[in-house]
Design a protein around this ligand. Sequence first.
Ligand code: SOE
Length: 392
Amino acid sequence: MSNIRIGMIGYKFMGKAHSNAYRALPMFFPKVSKPEMKAICGRDAEGLEKAREQFGWESAVTDWRELVKRDDIDVVDINAPSDAHKEIALAAAAAGKHIFCEKPLALNLADSVEMLKAAEQAGIKHMVGFNYRFVPAVQLAKKLISEGRIGKINHFRGLFLQDWIVDPSFPLVWRLQKEIAGSGSHGDLGAHVIDMARFLVGEFQEVIGMSETFVKERPIATAMTGLSATGLSAKGDKSAQLGEVTVDDATVFLARFADGALGSIEATRFAPGHRCTNTFEINGSKGSIKFDFERMNELQVFFTDDAEDVQGFRRVLATDPSHAYMDAWWPAGHTIGYEHTFTHEMLEFMNAIAEDRQPVPNFVDGVECQAVLEAVDKSIEERRWVAISELR
Ligand code: SOE
């Protein structure tokens, strides 16, 4: 099996997660086509060189246009801020490169559709970074649902709660600016929940939502701000000038799924104490499933056909060799973490390229998610239920 040569754009939070995944893959999944970490790209030459060395990339380039055209690269991995996704993806597709793109796929539905069309016309493989699908316990949930173990699904309840911007002196980073991020908690966190719901329950039919920006102005980030490498913590510079926050701090919506299930979804960055609470509960006619990312190795299950005297939620530890991906890692009971979701994601991407099939989730999933995000926005603007079909 031949190696797959990667060029990656972006070197901060996701850049580190992806680099780690490429490095771990051949060690834990030796049968996979080996990703060759050819070139890393970013605008700040000094920071980039540090990342190149630290993450183990062969070369570094500061112009993504140069990277995309290089003959020694098969894949363009885009983890730059969201406003850069479309232009890079179109250029990568035109150059015949396979594309991995972080979520949300684009700033809006129209752009995501353009990206999908370009990828299809170019005949390349395309994947979008909904990494939580690749948690073994989530894969187990999918398996149980597919086998009919919880029956017909009636409810999906999904939450993605964080608290990193509760402090009003937290600076106006790119994630709080609509022209760069597309939206706030909705596209950053809600997108993951929407994808999870599509993965486990099915397509959305209609939605109605509400959103709020609790802190409307924040200090403009300066050299004194002391942003962390991930951009999710900062010291705050109280003397800095204020700028407008142009995205939602929280978005909450109700949904009806095509096959009749009811959904409620909440995404917020204003839930003190919730560092990264990504949870869902699914209730079916024969049982229920609960997942909480902060306890990502576990799945809570309840089956109505358990003997009556022992009925109750039970905790399944999804770390046995029979659980997805786990035979490649450690003995049963030895848990895995956040970074493994990216390794599994890249495993799917490398395998799909080698097997000449589209990986899942791909740009089609990115577009469908974007359609739901946008339908929620429209429902908020027009204060009414919006069918997803209205946007397509
Ligand atoms: C920040 O809110 C963030 O890192 C998101 O951008 C990720 O997609 C999510 O997985 C965790 O939180």
